[in-house]
Design a protein around this ligand. Structure first.
Ligand SMILES: [Zn+2]
Length: 478
């Protein structure tokens, strides 16, 4: 097993990963608030978490990964004072229930993860299904003197937690000096945050509690679900850089305050995707989803490649030129894979020699705080060497050795297998592929009657269509 070095946002140092249980890693990823479609900037976060998880598995760890779904109570402190919940605002705007919006958006989110070939987490717990756990934590915090009740709900008392600010640098002194939020009279400190809110009769989703009917604050859900599924002292917690404060700072205070045990060993935060290029205003950038990527003729895999080509702690600027470049690099992969697939590859016998040096360098790069750009350079070097090897001996044995190495690389990169599937369907007539595309659109729009008709049309042309975990797959009828 290879032990990686990871940058810990809490200690601000590169550290060798020391898991609680040897060989096992428990990861909690802060998931989406499902009130609108996730844009590509959001997707950078889940790709980063996927590269991390796949790398750890590549090193030999057994990984358990949880990504939560926020379907109630996403309130920032400012919004709490203004009494707004993102999901409820959107529900009112669309004249739908918050539950309907959340269900629609959760489906789209999971579908987007699949399009990017992100390994599914072991569980996607929903905040609305863990109210009981949140109430238990809130009770424990009250009992231990870390929380207090007011007319509007239950608040966490930040002054009761001396380590507050260790993650973000927003210590209580700094906050008091720079506080711009008007302090509501019942809050003892401007940084105190709601665990449970009881003063909004307009809020649609409400539950009974010992402090009256109400709904949870946002931060408490991650503490409750992390504890429920992974226990205390978990190995890694990830999120975007915007989660560091107040969200993660508050999670630490609540979790450690309630359990008296350490919450997380390594905190990892990815930098944002930037949309500040001349041709792409920030507002326009936040509208770009995987659908936009497809409409512009790019593959979601090109976006996966684009994110892999940059280090997660470096700013990454999104542009259509960059997507063009990524698609061009995918063509290099396609070209190489086609060449390999034309050879009758023989599985390598015994210890495979070709590629072992590339694999060693690939692992080394990933073990250095997930240096994906360096790992990618190793992949391109390997392709260059492999092309030369195939020029010299274009036989099945050479192809087999190369394929075995590519398969291991792809367990992290997550691109080659998908491209191979795509190449296999290239021989399928365009008309049939178009039918399959229309059928997928009908299926996603839940027009099942039309989807069935289109499937029948595909079968009439002599092809079968199978829905797999990585999307629909066409094959010639045997
Ligand atoms: Zn969270």
């Amino acid at each position: 097993m290879k032990v990686p070095i990871l940058y810990n946002s809490l200690t601000k140092k590169n550290e060798e990963l020391q898991t609680k249980e040897p060989g096992k890693v428990r990861i909690y990823n802060c998931g989406p608030t499902v009130y609108k479609r996730q844009h590509v900037g959001n997707m950078r976060r889940y790709l980063f978490a996927d590269f991390l998880r796949r790398s750890l598995e590549f090193f030999g760890y057994e990984v358990r990964e949880i990504t939560n779904i926020t379907d109630v109570g996403h309130l920032t402190q400012d919004e709490i004072d203004a009494g707004e919940d993102k999901l409820e605002v959107e529900a009112k705007r669309q004249k739908k229930t918050p539950q309907d919006i959340a269900a629609e958006q959760t489906d789209l989110f999971l579908h987007d993860l699949q399009s990017l070939n992100i390994q599914p987490a072991h569980k996607y717990p929903k905040a609305s299904e863990h109210i009981k756990q949140m109430l238990t934590l809130t009770e424990a915090l009250l009992k231990k003197g870390h929380a207090y009740q007011t007319a509007s709900g239950v608040y966490f008392d930040v002054t009761s937690f001396p380590a507050y600010g260790a993650l973000s640098g927003n210590t209580l002194n700094n906050i008091a000096a720079g506080a711009r939020v008007t302090v509501r009279s019942e809050k003892k400190h401007p940084a105190d945050f709601a665990l449970w809110k009881t003063d909004d009769p307009e809020h649609i989703q409400q539950w009974d509690s010992p402090w009256g009917r109400g709904y949870p604050g946002w931060h408490i859900e991650c503490s409750a679900m992390s504890l429920e599924y992974l226990g205390s002292d978990i190995d890694i917690h990830t999120g975007g850089e915007d989660n560091r404060f107040p969200h993660h700072e508050n999670e630490i205070a609540q979790s450690e305050g309630a359990t008296g045990e350490p919450f997380v060993r390594v905190w990892m935060h990815n930098r944002h995707l930037l949309f500040s290029g001349k041709k792409l205003a920030k507002r326009e950038g936040l509208q770009i989803t995987l659908d936009t990527i497809r409409e512009r003729g790019y593959s979601p895999l090109a976006f996966r490649f684009f994110v892999f080509s940059s280090h997660y702690r470096s700013p990454l600027e999104f542009s259509w030129e960059a997507m063009n470049a990524a698609e061009g690099k995918l063509n290099t992969f396609r070209h190489f894979l086609r060449r390999l697939m034309e050879l009758p590859s023989t599985p390598p016998i015994g210890q495979q020699m070709r590629g072992s040096e590339a694999l060693r360098k690939f692992a080394e790069a990933l073990s250095q705080d997930l240096n994906t750009p360096r790992a990618l350079a190793v992949v391109f070097d390997f392709i260059k060497q492999s092309n030369a090897a195939l020029d010299a001996s274009p036989d099945g044995e050479t192809a087999g050795e190369i394929e075995a190495t590519l398969k291991k690389i792809d367990s992290v990169l997550g691109i080659f297998e998908q491209l191979k599937e795509e190449i296999k369907t290239e021989t399928i007539p365009l008309a049939v592929r178009n039918l399959a595309r229309q059928r997928e659109e009908a299926r996603r729009a839940k027009n099942f009657e039309k989807a069935d008709e289109l499937r029948a049309a595909i079968e009439k042309e002599g092809y079968t269509l199978e829905d797999t975990s990585s999307g629909p797959r066409l094959a010639k009828q045997s």
